[in-house]
Design a protein around this ligand. Structure first.
Ligand code: NAD
Length: 360
């Protein structure tokens, strides 16, 4: 039998439970050795609730990092992703960090540099990547079937679906809807295109709902965007229109579209109800638009009914990548472009001008 991969979890709130649950499904391959949470007593309570009988509890994540561990799951609010990831990489641990990658672009750059220096992997937790439909979208876009892709529109919106707490404070979350739920659709579009470099951004953001006590009980603390729209120039002469809302008086902001010179692809999110109008995990439908001898043809592409737990898949792949000494499945160096766009959105919206994206 192979020795189990030794894992630590930093941050033991809501999403840490999904990480613990996925690790526990691999009992012969993984041991959760320690949990750290800065809130006194929280890590110990988590260990008891999750029945992690052999795990040690810490308040300071640096103490956890002194242990012999192969990898860590970073499940803290966004503001702590940078510090905990850099410390973990410097301590020689592989890192699976939750999305969005960090609060600022500079932080993401430093995280990537730390990974390069340490030779350990930094992978970002975009579980929709494990949906076979996501791979199919990428395959269609990269097959050349669409011809030259020149315009992409992505994002979408919840009619009403604003979080609270750390998610609505700029200094703690970095950005609002554009980073929290928008990062998934941005990843879907950029991944399909092969992650072209973003060059410029012209954006508008607002928070008419979040700052209104009629719509949000924490309105006084709300200082991120609940709506944003951006026109982004990508390398390869591609224009990306990206928009996301946590709240609006509308059912949807539309589908994801890839327009090519030979064909177009439309992707809609799955689900129904006020939270379903934005693509944050599963594909509802895929339609290809093209011409056959001057006839406009519309072909529905069957959605793959995979039955996978995508969250479990992402955690399982992190463990497999450690064991097989593979590179990061969803590399921080790639997701840096996603973070650079969010950074550009905030700068452009603040200055009311198009801004250039500078990357090292
Ligand atoms: N992939 C997904 O589907 C998904 C879903 C929800 C949230 N998330 C992401 O997961 C992250 C956490 O979200 P959540 O809803 O679990 O938040 P949460 O507030 O429920 O939990 C975060 C925990 O981290 C602890 N913490 C804060 N700073 C810390 C530090 N420096 N060291 C150790 N612990 C620290 C807090 O005390 C808290 O217990 C966010 O970045 C969020 O965007 C991802």
């Amino acid at each position: 039998m192979t020795t189990p991969i030794r894992i630590g979890i930093i941050g033991s709130g809501g999403i840490a439970r999904a990480h613990a649950s996925a690790y526990k499904k691999m009992p012969l391959h993984v041991e959760i050795v320690a949990v750290a949470d800065s809130l006194p007593g929280r890590a110990q309570a988590f260990i008891e609730q999750e029945e992690l009988v052999h795990a040690a509890a810490f308040e300071d994540h640096r103490k956890l990092l002194e242990l012999e561990l192969d990898g860590v799951s970073i499940c803290t609010p966004n503001f702590a992703h940078h510090e905990t990831s850099v410390n973990a990489l410097n301590a020689g641990k592989h890192v699976l960090v939750e999305k969005p990658m960090s609060v600022t672009l500079q932080q993401s750059i430093e995280m990537v540099e730390a990974a390069e220096r340490s030779g350990k992997m930094l992978t970002v937790g975009f579980q929709p990547r494990y949906d076979p439909n996501m791979s199919l979208i990428q395959e269609i876009v990269q097959s050349g079937k669409l011809g030259k892709v020149y315009f992409v529109e992505t994002g979408g919106g919840r009619r009403r679906g604003m979080p609270g707490g750390t998610f609505i404070r700029q200094e703690l979350a970095g950005a609002g809807a554009m980073a929290d739920i928008g990062c998934y659709s941005l990843d879907m579009a950029l991944n399909a295109l092969g992650y072209p470099k973003p060059l410029t951004v012209s954006a508008y953001t607002s928070n008419h709902f979040g700052t209104n006590p009629l719509y949000h009980r924490e309105a006084a603390n709300f200082d991120v965007e609940d709506f944003g729209v951006a026109m982004i120039r990508l390398e390869g002469d591609i224009i990306l229109n990206y928009k996301t809302s946590w709240a609006m008086h509308m059912d949807s902001l539309g589908a994801t579209m890839f327009l090519g010179t030979d064909a177009g692809l439309k992707v809609t999110p799955a689900g129904s109800g006020p939270w379903s109008g934005v693509w944050d995990g599963s594909v509802g439908s895929m339609t290809l638009y093209h011409d056959v001898v001057n006839q406009h043809i519309q072909s529905s592409i069957p959605v793959i009914d995979h039955g996978l737990n995508l969250f479990d898949e992402k955690v399982r792949d992190f463990v497999a990548a450690i064991r097989e000494n593979r590179p990061a499945p969803i590399p921080g160096a790639e997701i840096l472009y996603n973070q650079a766009i969010i950074d550009g959105v905030l700068r452009s919206a603040a200055s009311k001008r198009e801004v250039t994206i500078e990357l090292p």
